[in-house]
Write a protein of this length. Structure first.
Length: 342
């Protein structure tokens, strides 16, 4: 009987041992399986992250486009940086050149040019650009004043040439477009350097005139045998306003349809009686200057005006006031400040 119970005990212990081994083996298999699943999941996640990184790189690459803001705040977007740029504006050409942007051609001009722009292709004036020359240099971007945009839009579309209108009417426009060009043409640091020099000289001017009495200023624009008055939205007008001067056009009854330059009568001149008269010549400067002198010498009305009586009539330097001179705009500001606040 004892032998029988001993045999049963041995069988039970053996069974327990076998069951234990089986359980351990199943747990090991399960652990291996879990580890494999974790490993596969980790590899999958790593792979997905790599794919996402690749996609982000591809997105960045695809978004590496040329973007330039026009005069209305709209973006001109090109697939790549333009290579053959043609500014149909003297001041815009000089600003681009100063920023290190290589030009394929530019507007024709009698004004002084940097040495590297003297011999590049000239494509006529903004009103009548030479489209054949523009096509010949394989222009892929034409930059012009908004004033001439409507005149040439269809021509540039016909030749599949990208174009944009950039405003450079006022002093502040110049600073704004320098920043705009700097960002678009990857010349931000140079743009900031130019602006910093502008603002350093501005501060000197504004500190000097601070607290001084504002004069009443008439800005006469002479062209093609006629005289008009320049408003604040013109280049010279923007400088007078910035310096605290009172543009006499502010007191005139003006229609909304009138532009930057407005007609005036002799009666209005007597009534507004400016302290200072700035004469700006357009067209042929010498001819216009003579036209001014003849008008002031032969018309007795002018002798009643304070500016004439006190010798405060000034013929403005054509190089600085014919139109916004771009990089030299700060010189224009300094000169008018000296006239308004001697």
């Amino acid at each position: 009987m004892k032998r029988f119970f001993a045999l049963i005990l041995v069988i039970i212990l053996a069974s327990v041992a076998l069951i234990g081994c089986g359980v351990q083996e199943e747990e090991t298999k399960e652990a291996d399986l879990q580890e494999k699943e974790v490993s596969e999941t980790s590899e999958k996640n790593t792979s997905e992250k790599a794919d996402q990184a690749d996609e982000q790189t591809e997105d960045t690459s695809s978004n590496d486009k040329f973007v330039l803001i026009d005069f209305e705040g709209n973006e001109l977007v090109l697939e790549k940086m333009p290579e053959n740029i043609v500014p149909i504006s003297y001041s815009l050409a000089l600003i681009l050149n100063e920023l290190g942007v290589e030009l394929a051609a530019m507007t024709s001009s009698r004004r002084e040019l940097p040495d590297n722009l003297v011999d590049i292709t000239k494509v006529g004036n903004p009103m009548r650009p030479d489209i054949e020359q523009i096509v010949a240099v394989e222009a892929d971007l034409v930059i012009m004043s908004p004033r001439f945009l409507a005149m040439h839009t269809e021509t540039f579309k016909e030749h599949d040439i990208a174009f944009i209108g950039i405003d450079n009417s006022t002093y502040e426009d110049t600073k704004k477009l320098i920043r705009n060009f700097g960002k678009a043409f990857n010349a931000v640091e140079k743009a900031q350097e130019i602006i910093a020099k502008f603002e350093e000289r501005e501060k000197i001017v504004m500190d000097r005139i601070s607290g001084k009495e504002a004069p009443r200023v008439m800005i006469m624009h002479g062209s093609a045998g006629t005289f008009t008055l320049a408003r604040d939205i013109t280049f010279a007008g923007s400088l007078v306003k910035m310096l605290g001067g009172i543009n006499v056009t502010e007191g005139l009854p003006l229609e909304d349809s009138l532009g930057a330059y407005v007609p005036f009568s002799q009666e209005q001149v007597v009534k507004i009686n400016p302290d200072i008269i700035l004469r700006v010549a357009h067209g042929r400067a010498e001819d216009t200057k003579k036209m001014f002198e003849d008008e002031f010498n032969t018309n007795p009305v002018w002798q009643e005006i304070s500016a004439v009586q006190n010798g405060r009539v000034y013929d403005m330097d054509n190089a600085l006031f014919f139109a916004n001179p771009g990089l030299r705009a700060i010189e224009s500001l300094e000169l008018i400040a000296e006239i308004l606040y001697p």
